[in-house]
Design a protein around this ligand. Structure first.
Ligand code: SF4
Ligand code: SF4
Ligand code: SF4
Length: 350
């Protein structure tokens, strides 16, 4: 019998209070719908759920709260951490554990658990369709600044403006300065399975990389490998995204417009979940051959066909829709598109 199974037997299910799953849903600030409770029950057994409700705390503190022996609590916490249900946290100089603060982080961390059953991903797929848009709308309305931010493809920025590019909007500088890097599968595409874009595309930087590798998820990559992955993502038409802060010590996502937790709701519902970069596409009518490749390349519908003054066909960038990702530049054979700076540096919050 495995050590964990033995613990399971000693920690009797009958002694676990009822409604623990509802309490977890409350902690994650979501409604305890049947679907949400099914998700929670699939990833956490009743004993694990009881411990989650008792968090945050150190193993001795949690032992006191739950009346369980410290050694058992420690083993449970390690298991919860592996499953992505909790994060490690220093508490008064000792190792403690806490839950994720919101449902998106909870989904991402737990769905990455290598032993997660397929049904777990299926339940999340259903949640993303039926319940997530409601929470995304609330988040967009409640937060003055969106959580995400587009990082432009560096080489698409007009050559005269590349010197001013900030560290937080330059993937090459982020990678160059990184102390630790890892790559994992894109959990949105694993769950949604709506497209055939590459999957091993989510790069973690510094603490996020250490966290993933500590959980045994993804693989460590060198700086050169990370740059190759980013280039592969650009070629595949994926949008570089990160958190909307002036430091990038967490992740660089490479998102599609169909499976991503945020982009489809930004594009179809106009939700305030993601800021554009500080740049915008500009088309040189002298160089544009009206081939139309950029129309398909842009996920945001930010390019339209127009009639030029001399009645010839041309292309126009709809400024209000352009997210400044630079994807249109990389497939323009005529080199007619470049990104130009349109927002001040303080647009990226500290
Ligand atoms: S946010 Fe983007 S890259 Fe990250 S997991 Fe979702 S789709 Fe994949
Ligand atoms: S890809 Fe370039 S050349 Fe073709 S329509 Fe777009 S801007 Fe013009
Ligand atoms: S026009 Fe579209 S593809 Fe080009 S930078 Fe803007 S959002 Fe990106």
């Amino acid at each position: 019998m495995k050590k964990d199974d033995a613990l399971h037997l000693r920690w009797s299910i009958s002694s676990v209070p009822k409604d623990v799953y509802k309490s977890i849903a409350e902690k994650l600030k979501v409604k305890p719908t049947k679907l949400m409770l099914d998700i929670l029950k699939t990833i956490a057994n009743p004993e694990e759920a009881e411990l989650l409700v008792a968090l945050p705390g150190t193993p001795p503190g949690l032992s006191e709260k739950t009346g369980r022996p410290v050694v058992e609590v420690e083993a449970r916490c390690r298991r919860l951490y592996q499953k992505g249900l909790v994060l490690k946290s220093l508490m008064g100089g000792s190792l403690g554990y806490r839950m994720h603060k919101d449902i998106t982080m909870f989904r991402d961390a737990t769905a990455h658990w290598p032993e997660a059953p397929k049904v777990y991903h299926d339940l999340w797929k259903q949640f993303m369709e039926e319940e997530w848009p409601h929470y995304a709308r609330l988040e967009g309305e409640a937060c003055p600044l969106p959580r995400g931010r587009v990082i432009p493809i560096e080489r698409s920025i007009a050559s005269g403006q590349r010197q001013q590019i900030l560290d937080a909007e330059s993937v090459s500088k982020i990678i160059e300065k990184a102390e630790a890097l890892s790559v994992t599968d894109c959990i949105c595409r694993i769950i949604e399975r709506k497209c055939h874009h590459p999957v091993e595309t989510c790069l973690q930087v510094n603490n996020s990389a250490k966290y993933m590798l500590d959980r045994g998820i993804g693989r460590k990559v060198s700086k050169a490998q990370a740059l190759d992955i980013l280039k592969m993502c650009e070629d595949a038409g994926l949008v570089h995204m990160t958190l909307n802060k002036s430091t990038v010590d967490h992740f660089i996502c490479n998102c599609c417009a169909c499976c991503c937790v945020a982009l489809p709701l930004v594009i179809k519902n106009g939700l305030n979940l993601c800021n554009p970069s500080r740049y915008q596409a500009e088309i040189d009518p002298e160089l544009c051959t009206s081939c139309g490749v950029c129309l398909d390349r842009c996920h945001f519908g930010a390019i339209e066909k127009v009639e030029m003054k001399d009645d010839s066909p041309g292309m126009r960038v709809k400024a209000e829709k352009c997210m400044g990702c630079g994807l249109c530049h990389s497939t323009c054979a005529g080199e007619a598109i470049r990104l130009v700076e349109v927002r001040e540096t303080f647009f990226i919050p500290k």
